[in-house]
Design a protein around this ligand. Structure first.
Ligand code: FAD
Length: 333
């Protein structure tokens, strides 16, 4: 019975005791849905020695936190986390359950959806509810990004979605918020697990992930060729920024897909975004338009990128970028 399912849940992803940003963003989005439906918003936290994170989850908007604390849950594994989440979902029956569209969030949500025989909308970028029917409206780009599709899960509960990081906004942290902490026991034994975490190898590259970077230097086809694109790397290196690029640059093999910004790449909100030799196609703009400062360099004064730029330089990037690098180096001395 659908009436048995009530409440909005957010899976709180934590890594070594630190909550992923997308989970806090989802608490902000979940808060709006829960208020609209007049139901509580719950955080779902699994891990080992993680109870201390509950006040933070409440301060970002949750009314209550379900915690499953167990040594077997120390590191993420599909099997153990799925068991914990399913036990909670079957017992407390949420009507909506949101996860971050991170590698672990996607993995867990798809396993849980399969086990609960319910629907899952992946990589959502907009969330709302149809109040009359209590239906989650999960929207995402479809058919290669050419249209937005709103996906409903009419026949099963809970209604589940993974949501892209950096698309929703977290609420301001409010330490005065109060909430309930509900601890749940789970029967798990290490010897029953089919997988073991032998070692966690950290990415030790100096550069921040595109989604975490404060400053991004992004280049487009206007850099001419792979050699011209080296100027983008050089500028980024000089100012300690992360490199990004357009889809055309990725398709040309100048950058890996992980560095692509836009509708079919990453959505990012750095403090400073350099858009160099980038025309400003809508599919690119959607991935970077919420950056705090956008500095565009393009030889075409009518390039659409200037419509979203805070500062614009009209000119040849191949001449301008070396001058910028030189000036930044002088400033650093
Ligand atoms: P161009 O559009 O070729 O622009 C090059 C720019 O450089 C021009 O404005 C030109 O004036 C300027 N220029 C040329 N020479 C110089 C110079 N010497 N100095 C300064 N400026 C110069 N794109 C993305 O970026 N991300 C996505 O996620 C994405 N997803 C897509 C999904 C779909 C379904 C579709 C259909 C398209 C998608 N695209 C995406 C592609 C997008 O439509 C554009 O084709 C792409 O963003 C253009 O890349 P660009 O700006 O590098 O190249």
């Amino acid at each position: 019975m659908f009436e048995d399912y009530r409440g909005v849940w957010v899976f709180i992803e934590q890594n070594e005791g630190e909550i992923e940003g997308v989970s806090l963003e989802l608490l902000g989005a979940g808060r709006k849905l829960a208020d609209k439906l007049s139901v509580p918003l719950s955080g779902v936290l699994l891990g080992h020695d993680v109870k201390g994170l509950c006040p933070e989850i409440i301060s970002y908007g949750a009314d209550q936190v379900f915690v499953v604390d167990h040594p077997v849950l120390k590191d993420y594994r599909t099997e153990s986390y799925m068991k914990g989440v399913i036990q909670l979902a079957e017992k407390f029956k949420p009507e909506i359950f949101l996860y971050g569209a991170t590698p672990n969030g996607k993995d867990l949500a798809s396993a849980v959806a399969t086990d609960l025989s319910t629907g899952l909308t992946a990589d959502t970028t907009m969330l709302d509810v149809d109040l009359d029917n209590r239906l989650l409206e999960a929207s995402r780009p479809a058919f290669g990004g050419n249209i937005m599709a709103t996906i409903l899960c009419k026949k099963h509960r809970p209604q589940m979605a993974t949501v892209r990081p950096k698309v929703m906004k977290a609420l301001e942290k409010d330490n005065s918020r109060v909430g309930k902490i509900i601890e749940e026991e789970i029967f798990l034994q290490e010897e029953d697990m089919r997988t073991k975490v032998l070692k966690i190898v950290k990415d030790i590259t100096k550069k921040a992930r595109l989604t975490d970077a404060h400053v991004v230097v992004a280049g487009g086809k206007g850099m001419g060729d792979l050699q011209g694109f080296q100027l983008i790397h050089e500028l980024a290196e000089t100012i300690g920024a992360t490199v990004g690029g357009t889809r055309d640059v990725v398709e040309a093999g100048w950058l890996p897909h992980e560095q692509q910004v836009g509708q079919t790449g990453e959505t990012i909100t750095p403090k400073i975004y350099f858009a160099i030799g980038i025309s400003g196609a809508i599919q690119h703009i959607v991935g970077m338009k919420n950056s705090e400062f956008i500095i565009a360099i393009n030889k075409d004064p009518n390039a659409p990128i200037f419509d979203v730029a805070t500062y614009g330089i009209v000119g040849d990037a191949i001449e301008i970028v070396p001058k910028l690098i030189e000036q930044f180096k002088v400033m650093q001395k």
